[in-house]
Design a protein around this ligand. Structure first.
Ligand code: KMH
Ligand code: ZN
Length: 280
């Protein structure tokens, strides 16, 4: 694994909303455009350089509607320097054809999950033809994919993608281990290390996130092993035992503090662009 020269700090991605939590249960979840913009600004100030976005409609329901997506991409770009990454995972109920249309909103980056996984009582569907089609279309649109790996088998699918289709737009390969989903790999140091050991040599950087209570252990494991971080209410809504997250920027600030302690301070947005190969 060869990171681009000069990058030694920590990429912090914030995933502020996701598709799973209900606004009614968690009023502080940013769902309106105004809330997303306020969150993006505060998280950038706290040390984030990438924002992973799921968009909600006026009723706070997850949507892949192109109008909403485009408006969010443009507004976040206007308000911040963050790398704007749109989720192509959507919710478990979104049809594959709709998920492909996410690229029409012209984000800097998109998530690209490398295989199907059990997702609690549901199934998060990512069959090979869909994964390959999304990969090829993202390159045509000059969108940098972030490869989401929920399970070790997904590393093998990334290998297959690189073998059959070559490198993505930008020439870098950044992966994110999403651990702790019921049905995917557990949020443990051992699982993250097993994934890292299997990564194809084309991979230039990796990050990890722990869903739920594995959040802090996975953060510490990733930082100590040279990885990057993803935090946010999509993945974790408990700040510490008995205290719910009040704002996404608390999670970013805690990640940034830990990164600084380990002498790997947060990357700027410009450094993040270089690391990921995202267009200026
Ligand atoms: N909401 C999950 C079903 C992604 O953003 O690409 C999928 C997910 C992954 O969150
Ligand atoms: Zn997501």
């Amino acid at each position: 694994m060869t990171p681009p020269p000069g990058v030694t700090g920590t990429l912090i991605t914030v995933a502020p909303t996701g598709a799973e939590h209900a606004k009614a249960d968690l009023p502080q979840l940013p769902t309106t455009l105004e809330e997303v913009l306020e969150t993006a600004r505060r998280c950038e100030a706290a040390g984030a350089s990438v924002v992973h976005l799921h968009i909600r409609d006026r009723e706070h329901r997850p949507t892949l509607d192109g109008g909403y997506l485009r408006a969010a991409v443009e507004a976040v770009r206007e308000a911040t320097d963050l790398v704007v990454q749109l989720s192509t995972g959507g919710s478990v109920h979104d049809p594959l054809e709709h998920r492909l249309t996410v690229l029409d909103a012209e984000p800097d980056s998109c998530s690209l999950t490398c295989g199907t996984t059990n997702f609690g009582d549901d199934v998060f569907l990512n069959p090979w033809p869909f994964v390959a089609e999304l990969y090829v279309r993202a390159r045509e649109r000059e969108v940098v994919p972030e490869f989401e790996l929920f399970d070790l088998g997904h590393v093998a699918t990334l290998r297959r993608l690189l073998d059959t289709h070559g490198l993505p737009f930008g020439g870098r390969v950044h992966v994110d281990f999403v651990t702790g989903v019921p049905g995917g790999m557990p949020a443990t140091t051992a699982a993250v290390m097993a994934g890292v050991a299997m990564l194809p040599e084309e991979v230039t950087s990796w990050s990890a996130t722990g869903i739920g209570r594995g959040h802090l252990p996975v953060m510490a494991a990733a930082l100590s092993a040279g990885g990057h971080l993803r935090v946010g209410m999509e993945d974790n809504v408990v700040f510490r035992r008995g205290r719910v997250v009040e704002h996404n920027d608390e999670l970013v600030a805690r990640a940034a503090e830990l990164a600084r302690l380990l002498q790997r301070p947060p990357l700027t947005c410009a450094e993040a662009r270089e690391l990921l190969g995202v267009r200026e």
